[in-house]
Design a protein around this ligand. Sequence first.
Ligand SMILES: [Zn+2]
Length: 293
Amino acid sequence: MQVNKVIYLMGAGRSGTTALATFLGNSQYIFNAGELHQLNEHLIAGKNCSCGKSLSECEFWLAAVIKNNYSNDGDISDIESRDCDIERHGSIFKHIFNRYPRQELENYLRRQESLFTALTKVSGKPYIVDSSKYIGRAVALRKSSHINLKIIYVVRDVRGVILSFGKNVQTSRSPLSAIFYYTVINMVGELVYRMLPKQMVMKVCYEHFIEQPHAVLDEISNFLALDLTEVKERISTNSDFAVGHIIGGNRLKNDGAIKFRQDLEWRKKFTKLKSVTYYLLTLPLMLINKFKL
Ligand SMILES: [Zn+2]
């Protein structure tokens, strides 16, 4: 069996993972598959690919998944509930301490390996980006000896996350709910980031990427040992980035293509009092990730 090259974007929701995945997916070497943890749900509910067609009508997913008998080891609803249990937050430490039932994990990994093999074959690109974000999925996938996993842990200033959750797209959250969610996910994310070997994981600060995209792309390029010059050129020339055939991926999904924008609007949107309060409520993470007050 081949070893699949997977670039996994991990982090809290609204941290910029979908945008980063789209930029990377415009490299000739990388295919952006979107949030693959939602694949089963998309198949069951007949949800659409970002191209606007349902997965059973989209030529890419039809070839990559449906004709590859992805769900051939059982009923898809049953697979969905087993995969959800493996990837949920409560299973993270079971994976880290090798306490997850072995046979279940092996079946899961076999399904994921065949999925990545099919994606690599059909896309014709050697690297697959999976922007699922879930930490549980990252620590489960790393158990596979047929997946060469490179994790990019994306962190964003809490105030950008609060502003994004306040907009009424997909799920919205109040500032306090966003802060609680952000803290839990990023505390665990930080721990996992520190525990994994350095050749397997790197951290990208979303604000740093927005302000200095070329410098951050150079770091990612070194980490992946992959030339990303064409992505840098697209940013320099303000070209479109095609969204392609992705699963999930919030509002970008309907746009077909996006441009790189210096989107740091939260810096102007909050009053000084709110800005300082949100910062202080997440102080350890703000300091660890060097976000400025
Ligand atoms: Zn499609």
